[in-house]
Design a protein around this ligand. Structure first.
Ligand SMILES: *Cc1c(COP(=O)(O)O)cnc(C)c1O
Length: 228
């Protein structure tokens, strides 16, 4: 992975920006996990990024991920796959089997289904709770004021080890206050991971303590407008 010889313009540029942002924030090199968001791109679009050394990928739909990642993982076994999109409880089995991290735990029904599946499968992805920092009605996630109680219920009622928080700031707002809010909630809950920052704002997110940045178009190029 470190002996990268095959170049990929998008990936290489983002890696350099992540390294520069870590340095500017006074954070150790390599402290931010770069998740390459490959949604809408098929295996032929993803393979060059794998060839350039990237191993951590994100998808927002369970069905789409199931259609392309088992084959890609067979080719490259040390892939780490993250679910960053909404999860239905009837997909909990597939999600726990396929993903190494799930960023979108946001209600009791999902927490319960994931807990049952972890117990059944004997396999536990890293789990993050999605927070709707902008309190947008159409957006998934628990409200900021409900986050402490929800994380506590995940732990005590469902027995889930919650590792961190995730947010997607409102598109029309400056992201920094949302990143600051997420970091503040995580700090008071003693949560280590902060999944925040996308192509347009991952450097800002790193300045606010992001441990996981989710970067799609800056690596892969513009997605077809239809299936986001
Ligand atoms: C698509 C997506 C991303 C990546 O978005 P870009 O702007 O292409 O970097 C990040 N997070 C989530 C939840 C997404 O759905």
């Amino acid at each position: 992975m470190t002996n990268q010889t095959i170049r990929h313009d998008g990936l290489d540029a983002v890696r350099e920006q992540v390294a520069a942002a870590e340095k500017a924030a006074g954070r150790p090199a390599g402290s931010v996990r770069l998740i390459a968001v490959s949604k809408t791109f098929d295996a032929d679009g993803i393979r060059p990024v794998i060839a350039a050394g990237q191993r951590v990928f994100g998808e927002n739909r369970v069905q789409e991920a199931l259609a392309k990642w088992p084959a890609l993982k067979a080719e490259t076994p040390d892939i780490e796959l993250h679910l960053i999109g909404p999860l239905q409880s009837n997909k909990a089995r597939d999600a726990v089997a396929l993903f190494d991290a799930i960023h979108t735990i946001d209600r009791d029904k999902i927490a319960r289904a994931i807990a049952a599946e972890i117990a059944r499968a004997g396999r536990s992805p890293r789990l993050l709770v999605q927070v709707n920092t902008g309190a947008e009605p159409q957006k998934a996630g628990v409200l900021p004021e409900d986050t402490d109680a929800f994380v506590e219920r995940c732990r005590s009622v469902h027995g889930l080890a919650i590792d961190g928080l995730m947010c997607i700031p409102p598109v029309e707002e400056a992201p920094a206050p949302h990143f600051a809010l997420l970091a503040k909630i995580a700090a008071r809950l003693g949560l280590a991971s902060l999944s925040m920052g996308m192509s347009a704002d991952f450097e800002t997110a790193i300045a606010f303590g992001a441990t996981d940045v989710r970067v799609g178009s800056a690596i892969f190029g513009t997605r077809p407008p239809i299936a986001t």
